[in-house]
Design a protein around this ligand. Structure first.
Ligand SMILES: [Fe+2]
Ligand SMILES: [Fe+2]
Length: 337
């Protein structure tokens, strides 16, 4: 008989701090879902099929005018097609690299976190399933980058430098760590879903990677939300106030780390400074994107009572305020309607 199949009363004796029953059951359900439905990038993506081949001068790499902050600038549209394609390939490969670097931090943090869990911890089991899935995602992203064949650096230099220290927060400040998990997963997921909802023709290799990723991220994001929703309300007034300020700051900092391409991109393709500033974040569209990606996190802030007059001001100053989603993953076009 395994520990997880023991009646809860027996298993509970082994635990130092029993989890609330609803939360524990949700974690067990998420773990079960992870066993029932998971992907392997080398079994579920047919990398060598002719449809997924990366060939020269493929206009499907041109950045979307509707979704991509670079693609929508007049400057980009005025560039020769060949350069637009090269920029698109570089950009998409780099987005995958940033995803890989973020997930690598996440995996290391999850391992730190699980190492401190007691026997029969439902958090241990689910977080380990999640780390396993994230390992597959890093394999998938790296394969995608290799197929594109561009030597991209990934996130901002400071994010890459700090990345070896961030996982330590998983044991010392787990609530901040899980805020960071959301700060990375929410924007990546939001952008990928927008791509998948769009009808524009994009390269099928990218579609395959995004479909597989979005399918598994739903569980990961759910876990981060649930964990924060469990823990935050149990904190005292002062720590909760500090967390209410930490939440928008973590979101804003990680958005920059993840969404803004590194300076190598600007240099390599001679992007004028004023175009760059428009994209990040002066144009009305980029400001809107910045707000849109955190609708679900604002919902979390409301549910956990982390919205107070001071934190609301912080969200506003950081340019990520706005209405909270009515439910998680509410599409932004539905919100606009
Ligand atoms: Fe992932
Ligand atoms: Fe994830």
């Amino acid at each position: 008989m395994t520990l997880s199949s023991l009646p809860l009363t027996h298993a509970a004796r082994m635990r130092r701090r029993p989890l609330p029953e609803g939360y524990e059951q949700n974690l067990r359900d998420l773990s079960e879902a992870s066993v029932q439905r998971n992907f392997d990038p080398y079994l579920d993506i047919d990398w060598d099929s002719p449809q997924l081949a990366v060939v020269p001068n493929d206009p499907r790499w041109v950045l979307s005018e509707r979704i991509d902050p670079i693609g929508r600038t007049q400057w980009y549209k005025d560039q020769p097609l060949e350069k637009q394609i090269a920029m698109g390939m570089w950009r998409q490969a780099n987005v995958a690299k940033v995803g890989l670097q973020f997930e690598s931090v996440l995996i290391r943090g999850l391992m730190q976190y699980t190492a401190a869990q007691p026997n029969d911890s439902a958090e241990f089991r689910y977080a380990t399933h999640e780390a396993k899935e994230e390992c597959n995602h890093t394999l998938m992203f790296q394969e995608f980058i290799n197929r594109i064949g561009m030597d991209v650096p990934g996130g901002q230099w400071w994010f890459r430098k700090l990345s070896m220290f961030i996982p330590l927060a998983a044991t010392t400040f787990p609530t901040i760590f899980y805020m960071g998990v959301l700060g990375g997963e929410e924007p990546i997921d939001h952008i990928q879903k927008q791509f998948l909802r769009s009808t524009e023709g994009q390269h099928p290799a990218m579609t395959a990677v995004m479909q597989l990723h979005v399918a598994e991220e739903a569980r990961h994001i759910s876990f981060a939300h649930q964990r924060l929703e469990q823990v935050i309300p149990t904190r005292g007034m002062f720590p909760r106030f500090m967390l209410s300020l930490a939440l928008p700051i973590v979101m804003r900092v990680l958005l920059s780390a993840i969404a803004v391409p590194p300076r190598q991109f600007r240099r390599r393709f001679d992007i004028p400074r004023d175009v760059w500033r428009e994209m990040y974040w002066r144009s009305p569209e980029s400001k809107e994107t910045k707000r849109d990606v955190f609708g679900d996190v604002r919902l979390l802030a409301q549910r956990t009572k982390l919205m107070n007059p001071v934190s609301r001001l912080a969200w506003r100053i950081l340019g990520i305020d706005g209405r909270a989603s009515r439910f998680r993953s509410e599409p932004t076009y539905a919100a606009a309607a």
